[in-house]
Design a protein around this ligand. Structure first.
Ligand code: GLV
Ligand code: MG
Length: 347
């Protein structure tokens, strides 16, 4: 799924002098649902082996939602899981603690030597600017070199501070390890002083109302019935994030949707993200895995239509009319996005 295939040569050279840089293509791997679990919670940890193959990404969370007194237990739990579970086709990620916390250094120095060969991606929360990515990148390079790990661990940043949003382009381009970015609506809302206490999703107060109807006697019926259109609180940030990710050839993700019971609104929010260019979202409960897998896979009808347009356009240049609609070089490119995604997910 990477728009630009990268090899290990793109990564910072290992610190070990004279070691030849291994050539390795990062394979296209789907990541529609990033399923969070607490590795320190025995019930959740026990379910991990059975979830392999049922979800694109399993992420052991060490940051928020893990109590301060349990940080070490969760880290140890993650090491055990990483050492004992064969993840097969499922990617294995972790979310480390934030760079201003007392736990992050131990997270990295423990996890990389112990399970760095198993970890595909490290999610870094509350990223403020390129300097945060440079720090993690260099530390990973040192720890990988020391542990003899040749497969570079990738980095995923969460966009959840106003400063992070302001610097999103430089964050995406800060290292060849950058795999993608997720929106972190809860922390971002707090940092921006937004007045919502929800974890992602919409808000009934964020709306526009249809114009008031004119009255026969003049003036307008401001009290009369009017259609309300609820707006998407996250549209601006999603747009910035998707553009920055596309510019640097990495992936954009919607983050968490906290209202587990409202599967309908969750699906709507995920679909908006898919339509805008995201490849996946977080799952906080198994029910959200199903939603993400469905929403972030192009529909059979859309893929069928896209193939028809591509076939009708021959060498992909010029213009044709299909079902009364104009198709040209640009619409072929749009259709190829859909077909490529369908093929990558089927592979
Ligand atoms: C996720 O970490 C969020 O803050 O929404
Ligand atoms: Mg957060």
């Amino acid at each position: 799924m990477f728009r630009r295939m990268r090899t290990a040569k793109d990564f910072f050279a290992p610190l070990a002098v004279g070691a030849p840089a291994p050539v390795r293509e990062i394979p296209a791997r789907p990541s529609r649902a990033i399923h969070f679990f607490d590795p320190g919670n025995p019930k959740m940890a026990a379910k991990v082996p059975d979830m392999v193959g049922t979800v694109d990404v399993l992420l052991g969370n060490l940051e928020d939602a893990v109590k301060a007194e349990n940080k070490e237990i969760s880290r140890e739990g993650l090491v055990k899981i990483g050492q004992s579970v064969d993840f097969g086709p499922t990617q294995f990620w972790t979310r480390i603690n934030s760079l201003d916390s007392p736990w992050v250094l131990d997270d990295l120095t423990t996890l990389v030597p112990a399970i760095g060969d198993k970890l595909d991606v490290i999610m870094v929360p509350k990223v403020q600017g390129a300097e945060d990515i440079h720090y993690v990148d260099r530390l990973l390079a040192q720890l990988e070199a020391k542990a003899g790990i040749t497969k570079p661990i990738l980095i995923h940043a969460i966009l959840e501070t106003a400063r992070g949003v302001a610097n999103v382009e430089e964050i995406c381009g800060a290292s060849p390890r950058m795999q993608g970015i997720s929106l972190g609506p809860a922390d971002l809302a707090a940092d921006r002083r937004m007045k919502t206490t929800r974890v992602g999703g919409g808000h009934p107060g964020y709306l526009v109302r249809q114009d008031a109807a004119p009255l026969a006697e003049g003036g307008y019926d401001f009290e009369g019935a009017r259609t309300i259109y609820q707006q998407d609180l996250w549209h601006y940030t999603m747009g910035r994030m998707v553009d920055a990710c596309a510019m640097h050839g990495i992936y954009a993700y919607y983050g968490p949707f906290g209202d587990i019971k409202d599967t309908v609104a969750c699906e709507d929010q995920f679909r908006n993200a898919f339509l805008m260019g995201c490849v996946g979202a977080w799952s906080l409960h198994p029910v959200q895995i199903k939603i993400a897998n469905k929403v972030f896979s192009p529909s059979v009808e859309d893929v069928k239509h896209a193939r028809r347009v591509i076939a009708a356009m021959g060498d992909g240049t010029g213009a044709v009319m299909l079902d009364g609609k104009m198709e040209d070089d640009a619409s072929v490119k749009q259709c190829k996005v859909m077909v490529d995604l369908a093929e990558e997910l089927a592979a």
